[in-house]
Design a protein around this ligand. Sequence first.
Ligand code: NOJ
Length: 426
Amino acid sequence: MLKFPDGFYWGCATSSHQVEGNNRNNQWWAWEQEGGNVRDGTTSGPACDHYNRFDDDFALAEELGHSAHRLSIEWSRIEPEEGRWDEKEVEHYRRVIESLHRHGLTPFVTLHHFTNPLWFEQQGGWTSPRAPDLIARYAGYMAKQLGEAVPFWLTINEPSVVPAACYLAGMHPPAKRDMGLAMQAARHILIAHGKMYQAVREAAPHDPQVGPVLNMIYVEPASDSEEDRQAAQLFDQYWNSYWLEGIRDGVVGPPAGGGEEAPGLKGTWDIIGLNNYSRSVIAAGPPPMGLRQVPPGPDAETSTMGWEVYPEGFYRVQARLKPYGKPVYITENGIGTDDDKQRQRYIVRHLRQVHRAISEGVDVRGYLHWSFQDNFEWAEGFRQKFGLIAMEEGTRNRLPRPSAYLFRDIARANAVSDELLGRWGE
Ligand code: NOJ
């Protein structure tokens, strides 16, 4: 059996726009309304109606053995126009956090999870040089408002994804394909993280733990050729090292900078949030990046997202964090699938890798599964099912899947039993 350390956190992760419903004042909502941008033709709309049902959702999480929960605050609700704070919405999140505590769930609160207020987007969003100061002001304001109730603050979700999806791959709004803009955004996001960290630490008197949520990818070259190895190295630099070394050393390194110091950035992490789903195999490829991702082979197990299931890679990214010497929280890991048996197997096999990393000295302190319930999977829409819990069409009733009970048993035991390892382990 795989026993986890005492006090290990178990729970799920979500984000405001994907579950709350009716976040009409951000760039995602506007983009969804244009039509044709979301693959399955859905829009976030009322989503999971979590904005109204949060207390029932947290009661269910409690019943399912969870001890923590990650959610994000919707910036566009809090600051609907530049410099104007909506106290009603602050009050809403106060109630949300109170409800978490009432249900025995430790809050992990993300300040930015992909969505920008419209006014911010209209100024150029992350490409604007004002972006770091604007978001840091909001971060400080929120930390002050919620105070002691939030022990864990997460600054920006998946900083590597934002420039790549918004400005290179054209998959997220504003759906541009422009290397210059992407690098400008990457630079401002790294600097913004540091400023948000400082703002939260200044505003919150009770010494909360603050850190980024890094989506680390285990990168492998497609072959031993020099070209493929260089391409993989470049991909890894952008995806992993740029953020890790940038925060550790306080510099903006390649590819978005030349190693220049960013004042106030150095060491701006008390904890590291780690998201990981899959691995990337990289080969040399066409401009502008000179690389391409090689799709998984015919024998590989994949999810409905087309991502390869590769637990070894999950172990590797955790192991890579060891030298940084910070507590690590798995802030996302999960699978889009229509087959809940595949999800159960995924969970057990990935938890084995968390346990392995811990036994080799990586200070992993919690596992937050993505996600609690099926939700709005961005440019893929609702068709992708990442939830431990399904949502009944029409009523939006929550219907826990067998994986929700498997996860409950693991969380309650703080261990993966031999029986589960035997059934799902390999
Ligand atoms: C990462 C993102 O943070 C989250 O919003 C998304 O739904 C999951 N990965 C699955 O793609």
